[in-house]
Design a protein around this ligand. Sequence first.
Ligand code: 6OD
Length: 485
Amino acid sequence: MNKVQHYINGQFLDSSCGEFFDNINPMNGQLLNKVALGREDEVNAAVAAAKAALTGEWGQMKLNDRIAMMYEIAEEIDRRFDDFLEAECLDTGKPYSIARHIDIPRGAANFKVFADTMKAVADEAYRMDTPDGKIAMNYSMRKPKGVIAVISPWNLPLLLMTWKVGPAMACGNTVVVKPSQVTPSTTSLLGEVMSKVGVPAGAYNVVQGKGSITGNLLTAHKDVDAITFTGETKTGEMIMNACSKGVRDVSLELGGKNPAIVFADCDMDKAVHETTRSCFANSGQVCLGTERVYVQRPIFDEFVSRLKESALKLKLGIHNDDSVDMGPVVSKTHQDTVLKYYDIAKKEGANIVLGGGVPKMEGELANGFFVEPTIWTGLPEDATVVKEEVFGPCCHIAPFDSEEEVIKMANDTDYGLASTIFTENLDKAHRVASQIDSGIVWINSWFLRDLRTPFGGMKGSGIGREGGHHSLEFYTELKNVCIKM
Ligand code: 6OD
């Protein structure tokens, strides 16, 4: 059985204390491999390597060479596509049908796009008249922020980790990554890529471990200059607290309780297709996914039955069966959480249109952490599953009458990450989009990503924007130089 190690200062290592923890395959509940548990020694070594690399070979590398290296990393990920695919699917249980088209290509794209961004960086310049009749020129310049701690989640492990590591390294920072304890593999595999393309030691470091141990040590470390995190809102609050010590910058991409608004004048096929994706893709474990669907009353019954029909076609199963649409959820703990919400919905009087429990799986999959795609109707807006993020393959569908009413319903949430609107009336689409409080609004689509656009959440969904040149705001320090002539 192979093991998943730390990658520190260009070397793969076990922990100094020799401790490992189990990585479980969510498709069958079996042990997949053992993962090194990082404690103080590993966190200190990784941060020290990252700090030294800032002034070492990595820090001295010319911008053009660094950009070239970003492209080489992307190309090497493409060359190792099948290794990344297998490792990601075994850790998460997601099927090839998803990871082949989303997770792994984005792992490479996250390096290419930020290499492109760095090629096009423009600085500001202002000429001013001075009080004594001369002139002065101001120009801005950017420098890397330093050692960036990247705490990445389990739902889209490679995609979301590289979404941070790509821009951080393209800007010249060094990184220490702590991936989720349940999906450690692709982060360490990326270490092999870094070694292969000759990234200088210390620029990319990985400390495997648990949030409550390794994550806490990393976020508290005094030589970490900024922290970027994707995950639960509660953890985000703790990380923000940690950042107050030393006044360090933080970027947070947190939870969502995203609405879909389906107007009577929508293209029904499109609305059903995209909502099936947004509710059930990746077993509902996407922070941009839909969990609240609002449908205009004249088409309510038709939409509910069409969404049910579409969800019934989703095939659950093993990752390497190309006909499978949905895998299990990521862990036993998360299966319990989702099922707890399914129970609460029932107790609070939901009409269960579809699912609501554990599907019957055959053979070894019977021990996997599968949950049924689930659709509810009939709950009030203050019901638990209409308010709280479940992060499972489920949604509640409620009717609405007017545009004004649905905007209020959509915005009545502590979150503000994403939303979708379905209508064939362009005026209405723009009008409603402008009034929804979410960082991204998709019209007649979902999860269509242009990596140059600003990405981030409002309210409890996070702080800061990343994507294209917006990522530079977080990953660099901007300074002004004023020269009197
Ligand atoms: O596509 C992205 O860049 C992104 N940050 C997606 C986030 C998904 C959350 O589960």
